[in-house]
Design a protein. Sequence first.
Length: 365
Amino acid sequence: MSHPQDAGSPVPPAHRNRFPTLFEVLSRTTRPPLDLFSFYIYMRDQQRSVDYLDFWLDVSQHLQLCRLYVRRLHRSMIEETPDLEKNSRRSSYMLNNAGEGPSNEKGDNLSDQRLSAFLRSDRGSRNHSPQNSQGSNQSREFPRPSLNLLDTPGDSSSPGQNSSADNTQPSREDLRASAEKILYTYLLPGSEREIIIPQSILTEVQEAIEGPEQRADPELFDSAKDYVFQAMERDAYPGFLQNKGLGNLVPQSMMLRLIVGLISFFAAMWTSFILIFLDKSRSTRCWIILPFTIAIYLIFTHQYMLDPILALAGFSEYTFFDFNRIREPFVKKTLNRRSITVMVMFLAVTVAVCCLFIFVPGKRL
């Protein structure tokens, strides 16, 4: 079981000769159909556990908010004390390089433990504020990184580089409100979108937020975030890879294809026997190729969760009859190989069945 903190730097798609890991999907370094947007749809429509993914994304948003707060704080400290950066280079380096941990975004190389340590320090919590200690008691809504899931990793609008977020001035109260929102939305029993986590983790997080320390640093969610990551990696991600990495159809489309395929196969069989027992010529019986071809093709696409014609054309189904281009190189190669195999089997079965009913001697009853 891989640990998000130990996953290392994501491998770019062009150099990845394998399926991406869950860490790479959550880090937004993958392309369709194994991108974060596809995983979100899969968790929502098929796994029915999107709350776990939303929790992960909201904790990542909280980390972005903490990072923005520390950067603004550092800026205000330098403005008030011009010699601070010269006299305290270690503190300056820590503030500028506080990282996101699991997401491992570009330009943030340190773990979020340093960011959390700074936020818990008296210096960070009492002496300065990015708003010169004029923070409001009312919490503000900050842009959520997960709302624009189709952004590419290098896009300027990607999480952590959101231009609107750069114009905000988060206060200490905003950090606390964000932490409380996560606690009351996902973790407490009976909450709006409760996720199941061990009681020990819940107690630890609740005491850290509501206890005397009143923590709001991102490190307090580490245990819950790691547990949710492992749950998604164990229970949801293998199915996602099989659904999107080895196939290109969604369950609703597969069921429709099975129904239409079985009806076509029954109609083809019924027509074939009628033509045989009416002793029709072989040229007339050749028309049964059409319903048999449709029936066997649709049944094969259901069985292998793959439409080979669409896959060879470079398309994958996101939602029912909504197709998008396949951009992950390894997935494209894998689906092309599987498509050729499925097409060969489909043609062999179709030719065998059609020859059986076309060349069998007729007998008029």
